[in-house]
Design a protein around this ligand. Structure first.
Ligand code: ASP
Length: 438
């Protein structure tokens, strides 16, 4: 059987009866007509009912297997390979950036001839995909992992933080390519783990892959690198396409950012603050006072306690869910309560059991915008009496990550005050008047 990546079931059966492989030029006679073209590989999760050809005119066509009358090979094609163009001349006067890859859409590159998707992570491949980068910085790359971000765990955050610590002393900035789904959690994790790092660490993703005309991968990456090497600031940020303007990328504080849309390129928004900067045409416009760059000597705290849960309250919530966490050895619970920070009185006993077992229980709001104020209603006051820790305007996801970090790095006596102390911009003293400031 030929080399037929991605094909399975009915489509694999139809192709394997002929001696054809991906890349071969084949002729398919089907009910709707005849199609001649190069056989494309299929994506891992594509259906098994179609075979896909790239026609001479450049279009891809999917032919339903049940309509196919015959398949024949016309000639052997070249197997999908990728030879990066020669490395552009490195300009040694440019600042240095380390680009760490973790996976996700931003990490992939499509081979237009074959349709195959490859990870693009050597410096050569990045330069070839985004040649503008060579004018911006000297680049070194390392693939730390290659996973979709829904598969990230706190131990991945630790590895990534350690990789940043290793690079920090030798580069002007670090850029991390990341899947968008959980990028905000990783940004929060690094904001705490790398607190005090003297350079910018910029996470970047893309909502649309590089094979789509509307892809935001290149502009996001160029802007992230620009910010990492040329901004006068330090700390952890997320750089993603901004809504107002096609060429503008917003830079968000790593503890105040959220993916708020499934598919729009401007899905990432700063919550309760404005984006801290914009990058347009490789020019940086700073919008906030941020920590300055300094020497990269700092104490990284890269551990995270995994036995922490983020629990969303809803009408009819069964307090047994809290009991189960207590019984299963959880060390912390972040509640995503209603409004100003409430859960029903039915949860009081379970919460009492948790706090008297030295489990940290903290409150955030599912409103997302605004801050918890637990002194306004009797419910809030009663929860405070049970030992629930109010977390001001901290995002629930940031609160989860912070609690994991606090539990792993500080003693019990210090944990509550660390949770409530602003470390990396996660707590604002005052909330802005407008919900989505410009
Ligand atoms: N599910 C993907 C991920 O988060 C989406 C993306 O790459 O942006 O890794």
């Amino acid at each position: 059987m030929g080399d037929l990546p991605g094909y399975r079931g009915a489509s694999l059966k139809a192709l394997s009866q002929q001696d054809v492989s991906v890349g071969d030029i084949i002729l398919v006679k089907a009910k709707g007509g005849e199609f001649k073209g190069s056989l494309l590989p299929r994506y891992e999760y594509a259906d098994d009912k179609h075979i896909v050809l790239k026609l001479d005119n450049g279009y891809n066509v999917g032919i339903e297997v049940s309509n196919i009358q015959s398949i024949s090979k016309i000639s052997e094609g070249k197997k999908p390979t990728f030879t990066p163009p020669p490395l552009p001349k490195i300009d040694n006067s440019l600042p240095k950036v380390s680009i760490l890859g973790t996976g996700g859409t931003i990490a992939s590159r499509i081979d237009y001839r074959t349709g195959a998707v490859h990870p693009a992570f050597s410096a050569e491949e990045l330069y070839s995909v985004i040649p503008e980068l060579a004018k911006c910085a000297q680049i070194e790359t390392e693939a730390v992992f290659n996973i979709y971000s829904e598969n990230m765990t706190p131990s991945n955050w630790t590895k990534l933080a350690e990789a940043c610590v290793k690079k920090a002393a030798n580069v002007d900035g670090i850029v991390i390519g990341h899947g968008t789904d959980t990028m905000a959690y990783t940004a929060a994790a690094l904001s705490f783990a790398l607190h005090g790092i003297g350079i910018p660490v910029v996470l970047v993703g893309s909502q649309r892959s590089t094979d789509r005309p509307s892809s935001d991968a290149a502009i996001n990456m160029i802007s992230a690198v620009t910010f990492a090497v040329r901004s006068p600031v330090s700390g952890v940020y997320v750089a993603m396409h901004a809504g107002t303007d096609d060429g503008s990328v917003a830079v968000h504080l790593g503890t105040k950012v959220r993916k708020n849309h499934t598919s729009r390129r401007d899905a990432f928004e700063s919550v309760n603050i404005s984006p801290v900067a914009y990058v347009k045409d490789q020019k940086i416009e700073l919008k906030a006072k941020l920590p300055a760059r300094k020497g990269a000597k700092f104490e990284a705290r890269t551990k995270f306690e995994e036995k922490v849960a983020l629990v969303k309250f809803y009408p009819g919530f069964d307090p047994l869910l809290i009991d189960a966490l207590v019984k299963n050895g959880y060390k912390g619970i972040v509640l995503e309560g209603t409004g100003l920070g409430h859960v029903s009185t039915k949860c009081y006993d379970a919460i009492q059991k948790a706090t008297s077992n030295e489990i940290l229980v903290a409150m955030t709001s599912q409103c997302i915008w605004g801050r918890v104020r637990m002194t306004v209603y009797s419910t809030g006051r009663e929860l405070l009496n049970l030992g629930v820790i109010p977390l001001a305007d901290m995002l629930p996801e940031t609160a989860l990550v912070k609690m994991m970090w606090v539990l792993a790095n500080f003693k019990y006596g210090e944990q509550k005050s660390m949770l409530q102390r602003n470390i990396s911009g996660e707590i604002n003293e005052r909330s802005p008047l407008v919900r989505r400031p410009a």
